[in-house]
Design a protein around this ligand. Structure first.
Ligand code: IFM
Length: 463
C-alpha cells in the first residue's frame, strides 16, 4: 500500500522528512520530543524498594494481557537508562516526556523511598546536562496496589494520597522539571480500568468509571495546587487522550451518536477541566451514573492550566445503537495500523480546531503523544518502518494546519522512543522509533527515528 504521495523514483522509506517551507515545524521554538512511561519501559519491578502496582497484579492474572506478558523486565530501562538517554540525543530530540512510578518512590505509609527517588534524580539530572526539556508525568497508570486494595480511584482517600505524592515529588525534583503533568489519559484510567475492565484494576461498571474519573480529576486539581506552591518555575498541565467520532450516515440519529462518542471521549474530561462542569449529555448516555461530587470539587478541578497535553491516535466511525448510545462501525478499505486503528490525520486537526472554537480558555497545547504500532522487523541491521514515517509526516502536517487556523500548539512528542509494553497487548505491538529486541535488549534506531534526527538537525542549522 502506498502511504504517501511521493515523487516518481523516490520512496517514502528514504525521503527525508521535509515539512512544507511555511510549516510551524521549522520554528525553533516548536518543541520536538519523544515520550515513554514508567511501567512500559522500566522493568525492575521489585528492586530498590519498589512496591507492586495494579499493573503487576493485572498482568500476572491469566487472560488479561496478550501472551501473558508483564512489565517485569520490559525494556530494562531501570538498568539501561543511560544508553536510552543517549538515544534521545543521538536522535536530536529536544524534549523527553517520561513518567514516575509512584510505587517506586513512596512506601505504604507515604514515606519517601530514597533509592527510587535517586533513580529519577539521576535521570532528570542527566537530561538537564544534555540540554533536554523534561516533561514529567506523575501518574501514567501504575497505581500502588496497596491503594487499590483500599478501593483505588473509587476511594476519595486516593485523591489525598496523590496530593501527598505530588508534594513529595515536587519538593524533591523542583529545578529538574520543565513541565509537570499530573495525569496521563484519565479516560483510560477511569473507563478502561473501572468501566470495561480492559485495563488494571479490571473492574467493569460504568458507575465505577464516573466515580473514578471524578476522583482522578480532583486529584489532578489538588496536585496542581501543590505543584504551583513547591515548583513555581515549571509549567503545569494534564494529558488527555482525545477521540474523533464521525457519523456512519447523515441521519439525525447517527450524528447524535457521533456527538455522544465525542462527549464520552473528550467532553467528559475537558468540560470539567475547562468549564467546571460535567457535560449534561454524558448522563443521557449513562443515565443515573453521576458521581458523588462534594462542594468545591469542581472549582478545584477547573483551576487554570498552563498547558493541555493532547494524545491522538485514530478516528472512530459510529452509528446509533437504536437506544441512547453509539456503536462502532469500522469503515472498510481504510488504512489501519497494527492496532487496527484507523489512520486519520484530519481527525487531529479537526479536534484541535474544534477545541479552539469551544473553549474560550483553552490553554497552549502540546501534542504529548502521537504515533502508531507496526510489526517492525530488523533486517540487515535496519528497520524500514515505512508506514510510521508516512503517519508521522501526515499528522505533523495536520498539526501545522491547526496552527494556521489559530490553535496555539507548542510542541509534539512522538509515542514512543522505544518499543515497549503496550498494556493489554503486551510486547507484540511496536510503537517505538527505536526497535527493541526483547531477548537481547538490543536497540536499533528505525528509519523513522533517523529521519526525525535529520530534520531536527537541519532545523537547528537554519538561520
Ligand atoms: O502506549 C500507550 C500509552 O501508554 C498511552 N497512550 C496510548 C499509547 C498507545 O496505546
Amino acid at each position: 500500500m502506498a502511504y504517501d504521495a511521493v515523487a516518481p523514483g523516490s520512496s517514502p522509506q528514504t525521503d527525508p522528512f521535509t515539512p512544507s517551507a511555511d510549516s510551524v515545524l521549522w520554528r525553533k521554538d516548536f518543541l520536538l520530543g519523544a515520550a515513554t512511561a514508567s511501567y512500559q519501559i522500566e522493568g525492575a519491578v521489585d528492586e530498590d524498594g519498589r512496591l507492586p502496582s495494579i499493573w503487576d497484579t493485572f498482568s500476572a492474572t491469566p487472560g488479561k494481557v496478550l501472551a501473558g506478558d508483564t512489565g517485569a523486565v520490559a525494556c530494562d530501562h531501570y538498568h539501561r537508562w543511560e544508553g536510552d538517554l543517549d538515544l534521545l540525543t543521538r536522535l536530536n530530540f529536544e524534549a523527553y516526556r517520561l513518567s514516575i512510578a509512584w510505587p517506586r518512590v513512596m512506601d505504604e505509609a507515604g514515606r519517601p523511598n530514597q533509592k527510587g527517588l535517586d533513580f529519577y534524580k539521576r535521570l532528570l539530572g542527566r537530561l538537564k546536562d544534555k540540554g533536554l526539556q523534561t516533561f514529567v508525568t506523575l501518574y501514567h497508570w501504575d497505581l500502588p496496589q496497596h491503594l487499590e486494595d483500599r478501593g483505588g480511584w473509587l476511594n476519595r482517600e486516593t485523591v489525598y494520597r496523590f496530593a501527598d505524592y505530588a508534594d513529595l515529588m515536587s519538593r524533591q525534583l523542583a529545578g529538574h522539571v520543565d513541565a509537570w503533568t499530573t495525569l496521563n489519559e484519565p479516560w483510560c484510567s477511569a473507563f478502561l480500568g473501572y468501566g470495561n475492565g480492559h485495563h488494571a484494576p479490571g473492574l467493569a461498571n460504568v458507575r465505577y468509571a464516573t466515580q473514578a474519573m471524578h476522583h482522578l480529576l480532583l486529584a489532578h486539581g489538588q496536585a496542581t495546587q501543590v505543584l504551583r506552591t513547591n515548583d513555581p518555575a515549571s509549567i503545569k498541565g494534564i494529558v488527555a487522550n482525545v477521540g474523533r467520532g464521525t457519523p456512519a450516515s447523515s441521519s439525525e440519529a447517527d450524528r447524535r451518536a457521533a456527538h455522544l462518542f465525542e462527549v464520552q471521549h473528550n467532553a467528559w474530561i475537558l468540560d470539567p477541566l475547562l468549564k467546571g462542569e460535567y457535560p449534561a449529555d454524558l448522563w443521557a448516555l449513562w443515565p443515573g451514573a453521576e458521581p458523588l461530587v462534594l462542594a468545591g470539587d469542581m472549582q478545584t478541578i477547573a483551576a487554570p492550566l498552563d498547558f493541555l497535553g493532547i494524545n491522538y491516535y485514530f478516528r472512530t466511525n459510529v452509528k446509533s445503537d437504536g437506544a441512547h448510545g453509539f456503536v462502532d462501525v469500522p469503515l472498510p478499505d481504510v488504512e489501519r495500523t497494527q492496532m487496527g486503528w484507523e489512520v486519520n490525520p484530519d481527525g487531529l486537526r479537526d479536534l484541535l480546531t474544534g477545541f479552539h472554537g469551544t473553549f474560550a480558555n483553552l490553554p497552549p497545547i502540546y501534542i504529548t503523544e502521537n504515533g502508531m504500532a507496526s510489526d517492525d522487523q530488523v533486517r540487515d541491521g535496519r528497520v524500514d518502518d515505512t508506514q510510521r514515517i508516512s503517519f508521522l509526516k501526515r499528522h505533523l502536517a495536520a498539526v501545522d494546519q491547526a496552527v494556521k487556523q489559530g490553535v496555539d500548539v507548542r510542541g509534539y512528542f512522538v509515542w514512543s522512543l522505544l518499543d515497549n509494553f503496550e498494556w493489554a497487548f503486551g510486547y507484540e505491538r511496536r510503537f517505538g522509533v527505536v526497535h527493541v529486541d526483547y531477548g537481547t535488549q538490543q536497540r536499533t534506531v528505525k528509519r523513522s527515528g533517523e529521519l526525525i534526527a535529520q530534520f531536527i538537525d537541519a532545523r537547528s542549522k537554519r538561520d
